[in-house]
Ligand binder design. Structure first.
Ligand code: SAH
Ligand code: SF4
Length: 353
């Protein structure tokens, strides 16, 4: 049990207030904040801070970090998948992807997930705990450090439902975009949700220029409720009403994710209905062949079905892309690596490449 406080989840104002309480000068807080926010993991490395203050800080605070347990490099592209261990022994996943415009890190926001979507490996054992803002930051920092690169984009699309951990995600967005820290601007961040409707309204109120991505996956309630329990709580109509509100407030284009499952949601009828319900929303649809997990019998739609679906949507005026699947050989889909690891009883077999 940690009784020390997580210093990396504090913003500069909060740290200043704590320093004043400790009888320290405000500018010291700014110095320490800069260290912590830019990736320093050890108080002793803070070279412009006196030894006495460093010792005091060590007594009072800790800097949450992630430890690499497993790292898989794709042979197909430059995707790197990480399994990290947190300070309490829980494990999470992150993926680093290289695109033409730079490096994107896909981070987890929870250990596990309570939403239980039928196609997803992350939710199979429910939610273990929320991640702290610092633990989300640590995933971005480690990807940068381990590959000696600057991360330019972040997607909150790893394990967990970001809007089910709203306050910590909000704080993470504030911290990661701070120019004193990693300085990754809101416009370079995407947040993906399965459709937690009250969270979408709350996010709209923050009016941040991030990209909202909705995991829609089906245009009919009957199919969607079967795949995603969240749809039984907030149906497609309620979800799209929240999306329209989000768009009205932020002016941002919305992304809709659609995992193509053979014979389930890839029919002509689905494409027509999808175009119909998205009409009037400034949006983009990403079609992605479902990544089969062994707990269900879903199969990827074949290439032809994918192309027909995309053509149909485009023909009906919906901006659509068939997404390139990165890291197909390394369980790069959400929750798959962690699940395999947990099933093997956490054995740390490092088959690094
Ligand atoms: N919980 C959030 C974000 C994490 S999931 C959400 O659901 O949006 C990230 C994305 O991966 C979501 O679009 C999700 O639907 C998708 N996904 C999960 N399992 C998948 C699988 N087996 N194949 C394809 N996409 C999957
Ligand atoms: Fe959770 Fe997203 Fe996976 Fe659904 S798809 S179980 S919301 S992580």
């Amino acid at each position: 049990m940690f009784i020390k406080k997580d210093i990396r989840s504090l913003n500069l104002d909060e740290l200043k207030a704590e320093f004043v309480e400790m009888g320290e000068k405000g500018f010291r807080a700014a110095q320490v904040y800069k260290w912590v926010a830019s990736g320093c993991e050890n108080f002793d490395d803070m070279s412009n801070i006196s030894k006495t203050l460093r010792e005091n800080l060590k007594d009072k605070y800790f800097i949450p970090t992630v430890k690499i347990v497993k790292k898989l490099k794709s042979n197909l592209d430059e995707t790197v998948k990480y399994l990290y261990e947190l300070h309490d022994g829980e494990t999470i996943e992150s993926v680093l992807m290289k695109y033409n415009h730079g490096y994107t890190v896909c981070i987890s926001t929870q250990v596990g997930c309570r939403m239980g979507c039928s196609f997803c490996a992350s939710g199979l054992n429910g939610l273990f705990r929320n991640l702290l803002p610092s633990e989300m930051l640590a995933q971005v920092m480690m990807a940068g450090k381990d590959n000696n690169i600057r991360v330019s984009n972040i997607v909150l699309m790893g394990m967990g439902e970001p809007l089910d951990n709203f306050d910590n995600v909000k704080k993470f967005l504030e911290l990661v975009s701070d120019p004193e820290g990693l300085g990754i601007g809101y416009r370079h961040i995407s947040l993906s949700t399965s459709g937690v409707v009250p969270g979408i309204y709350k996010l709209a109120q923050l009016n941040l220029p991030i990209t909202l991505s909705i995991s829609l996956h089906a245009p009919f309630d009957s199919i969607r409720s079967d795949m995603m329990k969240v749809n039984r709580r907030w149906n497609i109509d309620e979800l799209l009403t929240a999306c329209r509100d989000y768009q009205k407030v932020t002016g941002r284009r919305i992304s809709f994710e659609y995992a193509m499952i053979k014979g389930k949601n890839d029919t002509d009828e689905c494409a027509t209905q999808l175009a119909k319900i998205l009409k009037g929303i400034l949006c983009h649809v990403n079609l992605i062949p479902v990544n089969p997990v062994k707990e269900n019998d879903y199969e990827k739609s074949d290439r032809k079905a994918l192309q027909n679906f995309a053509d149909k949507l485009c023909g009906l005026g919906i901006n659509t892309t068939v997404r390139r699947t990165l890291g197909g050989d390394i369980d790069a889909s959400c929750g798959q690596l962690r699940r395999k690891f947990e099933e093997k009883g956490g054995e740390k077999n490092e088959d690094l490449q």
